[in-house]
Design a protein around this ligand. Structure first.
Ligand code: FO1
Length: 315
């Protein structure tokens, strides 16, 4: 695989493949652009869940049980907040809290979300570039049968129960790509864009919906390959399958190919879904069958190598 790689990621699946790519690529060859549509201000703190999940995962400190936050976490702060009658629906662990407080201080000093991310990732010893998709606010709003819900209200407070009708990304029209994302897109050595196995509706859509990014993808001269987040008719983690059902999409690797259409050149699907290959290829999307469920860091490295080889073959 020649050239540099731009990975688009959000959530647990995205973070795992980003980790696999970081393990197999030199720091200068990988940029991970992360969804910020899930971000919100909570108790005066700037929360960036997908940036933190990617950062903690690349640092080897992610909480594998919850899929978010930090491993070996303690909850004294939350307990004390509860005792004082504060909000406890969105749980902030003691170690995780330090990240939000540090991000607050950096942003209050007038620095950008990109600069905050560089500082935090650097402090965690991460050598690969993790960048927010934009330094301007983009907020995902979930249109449900109970009306519009800010993303975290839908995802955490309501546990994804309301029926989804559509998604809105407030601020996306005015959202320029972050400097790191712009640099990756305009890098003459860019060899491929990898869309990680993240939720296509709420983790990937905000990134590829940024006008400059959408234009790049439509006019691209490098392969864009995605990894299906749906395996065997189910989401590996999270509400993607439930959303697809509610939106009337087929809950399968074919449904993912139909969602992305020819905005992607190739789709990596799991071995259990190999039967979908002809129908996906009929859409004009190349197929790579590979083990796509990442249960270990070795699995993530294997999938990263498969995805890079797949993209290389499409150049
Ligand atoms: N998800 C939950 O289901 N419950 C929580 O209390 C919760 C707290 C939390 C704190 C920090 C953080 O970075 C993420 C947190 N998440 C929690 C996950 C978060 O809602 C999701 O990671 C993303 O927004 C969706 O990928």
């Amino acid at each position: 695989m020649a050239g540099t790689i731009l990975a688009l990621a959000g959530g647990v699946g995205g973070a795992k493949l980003a980790r696999g790519l970081a393990d197999v690529l030199e720091p200068g060859r990988l940029t991970v652009a992360v969804n910020t549509g899930d971000d919100f201000e909570h108790m005066g703190l700037p929360i960036s869940p997908d940036l933190d999940t990617v950062m903690y995962t690349l640092a080897g400190r992610a909480n594998k049980e919850t899929g978010w936050g930090v491993a070996d976490e303690t909850w004294s702060f939350m307990e004390a907040i509860g005792d004082l009658g504060g909000e406890t629906w969105f749980r902030l662990g003691d170690r995780d809290l330090a990240t939000h407080v540090m991000r607050r201080r950096i942003l209050d000093a007038g620095k950008t979300l990109s600069e905050a991310t560089d500082a935090l990732a650097g402090a965690l010893g991460i050598r690969h570039r993790i960048v927010p998709m934009s330094d301007r606010p983009v907020r995902t709003v979930v249109e449900t049968d109970e009306g519009p819900l800010p993303f975290q209200d839908y995802f955490v407070r309501r546990r994804c129960e309301p029926r989804v009708a559509a998604f809105r990304f407030e601020g996306i029209e005015a959202a320029a790509p972050s400097p790191g994302l712009s640099a990756a897109l305009s890098d003459p050595d860019l060899g491929a864009v990898v869309i990680c196995p993240s939720n296509p509706y709420v983790s990937v859509a905000p990134i590829v919906g940024i006008p400059t990014v959408a234009e790049f993808i439509d006019a691209r001269d490098v392969p864009v390959v995605a990894v299906s987040p749906i395996v065997g008719g189910r989401a590996v983690k999270g509400p993607a399958a439930k959303m697809m059902a509610e939106l009337g999409a087929e809950i399968s690797a074919l449904g993912i190919a139909q969602h992305y259409g020819t905005r992607i050149d190739g789709l990596a699907i799991d071995e259990v879904d190999a039967g979908f290959a002809p129908d996906i290829e009929a859409l004009g999307v190349a197929v790579r069958v590979a083990p796509t469920v990442m249960r270990s860091e070795e699995d993530s490295r294997t999938l990263a190598r498969e995805t890079l080889a797949f993209a290389d073959g499409l150049r």
